[in-house]
Design a protein around this ligand. Structure first.
Ligand SMILES: [Mg+2]
Length: 382
């Protein structure tokens, strides 16, 4: 069984937990100093109730709610909390992996009481961080993620062989992760309207209409999933993070900020494992570009988020001059080697020492004690 944890309105909830005056108020998180010229990065549930959601221009949000609270994004704080939650989950002794900055997955094997386990996790997250999470449990990660979305916020849903058909029959197929705005109408023409309609189609049928993707979709829906156990201390082949935006955006600053955030997360994990990477892969998905993935290999291996980010920008230049609409994105570092030797270049060495010092201070004091000041949402970068 896979347990999928999705934090509720993550960034906004963290801000409300830190500042009690923001509790119960409609609130958006956006870029520093750009109240009216940014994109909503996160909205509290009180704001969501007014029709405000991530990806919406902040100007529009203020039109919907003139006394909306605005908080500049504190990305270091969100990454820190995300990592603390990951640590808390690892304490349960199961294999845990990141699904995105605010989503985690655990392979809970044949745990007897998944309901109790899920509730315990929700309680501990609530106690430790004063924020809520929704949990879905199912035989694979696709269904578990779907289940986590059904009873938000602070929801819990377990899909079993007994209740699966009944629940899937009530969920529109577009809710399923990976079904885009184009696929929805395409499915509707074939009479596939609910998740159950899709679930009941044969592998053959899905292959006929979607080719190889159809086979993969069938497998993702029906398989019993287990996380692969990593053997011994063997180093991973790649380290990556991805994120799906709540709606497509072509705001350059917003997209770049997400790439920077993902780059920082990947780089921090590289450093934790004492690895450096020569190859950076950027993956973008959007209505105009479909799936765009490209990688670039460099002579010099790195584990600095800023460098990873710049390599991503070089790759992104390949999509053309104008920023395409982006719905989901991912940064992955591969071609990993052990970071045994410090660079001989002086400048490089100074930067490495600086990063090491920052990691050390952050590890000791937690929070975003020290964090690159440029990680603010829409700052224009070179
Ligand atoms: Mg979430």
């Amino acid at each position: 069984m896979i347990l999928h944890i999705d934090m509720d309105a993550f960034f906004a909830s963290i801000e409300q937990a830190i500042n009690p005056r923001l509790k119960g108020r409609p609130l958006i998180v956006g870029s520093r100093g750009k109240r009216l010229h940014t994109v909503v990065c996160a909205a509290s549930y009180e704001a969501k109730a007014l029709g405000i959601d991530s990806g919406m221009p902040s100007k529009e949000a203020f039109q919907l709610c003139p006394n909306l609270s605005f908080v500049p994004a504190q990305q270091g704080r969100y990454i820190w909390t995300s990592e603390q939650i990951l640590g808390l989950l690892k304490g349960y002794g199961f294999q845990v992996r990141y699904a995105s900055i605010d989503e985690f997955q655990m392979d809970i094997l044949d745990t007897q009481n998944p309901q109790t386990l899920a509730q315990g996790i929700q309680n501990r997250i609530q106690e430790a961080f004063k924020i809520t999470a929704s949990i879905g449990i199912a035989k694979n990660s696709l269904l578990a993620k779907l289940a986590s979305k059904i009873n938000k916020p602070n929801g819990r849903l377990i899909l079993t062989e007994e209740n699966l058909a009944q629940i899937l029959a009530g969920i529109p197929v577009e809710k399923l992760c990976g079904i885009g705005p184009k696929t929805g109408p395409f499915f509707a023409d074939l009479g596939i309207k609910t998740c159950l309609d899709l679930y009941q189609k044969s592998a053959n049928f899905l292959e006929q209409i979607l080719g190889k993707n159809g086979i993969n979709l069938y497998a993702s829906l029906h398989s019993n999933e287990y996380f692969q156990v990593q053997e011994g201390d063997e180093k991973p082949k790649s380290i990556g993070h991805s994120y799906t935006l709540p709606r497509a955006s072509e705001n350059t600053g917003f997209i770049r900020a997400w790439i920077r955030l993902l780059s920082e997360m990947v780089a921090r994990r590289l450093r934790e494992q004492n690895l450096v990477s020569k190859t950076v892969n950027l993956w973008l998905n959007g209505p105009e570009i479909g799936n765009f993935g490209a990688q670039k290999t460099y002579e010099q291996a790195i584990n600095d988020g800023y460098e990873v980010y710049h390599r991503c920008l070089t790759i992104m230049a390949k999509t053309g001059r104008k920023m395409p609409k982006i719905r989901a994105l991912g940064v992955t570092c591969s071609n990993l080697i052990l970071a045994q030797y410090s660079s001989l270049f002086r400048e490089q060495k100074r930067r490495e020492e600086l990063i090491k010092a920052v990691d050390k201070i952050n590890a000791r004091h937690g929070e975003d004690t020290i964090y690159p000041a440029v990680v603010t949402l829409t700052r224009k970068l070179r």
